[in-house]
Design a protein. Structure first.
Length: 99
């Protein structure tokens, strides 16, 4: 069974990385992510006295990972609040139906 992957190359911080993606949507996502990483690397290099690419890549990784974690925490909090409100509404309805 042959793999139906597309082979692409993306450049991150001056290095080329070969990748396999499943489809054009995944390719677009990878390319957009590479652009965002490169923009962030350039920003860190401009704003901080960093001579090692490893440092700016680590800082970029931390930035992206923290955004994902913050988003997950906010979604969990929002879901918790919504569940709490639904439970209160359910209790009010139950109370009203008992009358």
């Amino acid at each position: 069974m042959a793999d139906n992957f597309l082979k692409i190359k993306v450049t991150i911080a001056g290095r080329v990385y070969p990748l396999k993606v499943k489809n054009a949507h995944e390719e677009e996502g990878m390319r957009k992510a590479a652009i965002k990483i490169n923009n962030l690397v350039a920003k860190f290099e401009k704003n901080y006295a960093v001579s090692d690419k490893q440092d700016v890549l680590a800082m970029s990784a931390l930035q992206f990972a923290s955004l994902q974690e913050i988003k997950a925490i906010n979604e969990e909090y929002d879901l918790s609040k919504a569940t709490e409100k639904i439970n209160k509404l359910g209790a009010l309805i139950d109370e009203h139906l008992k009358k």
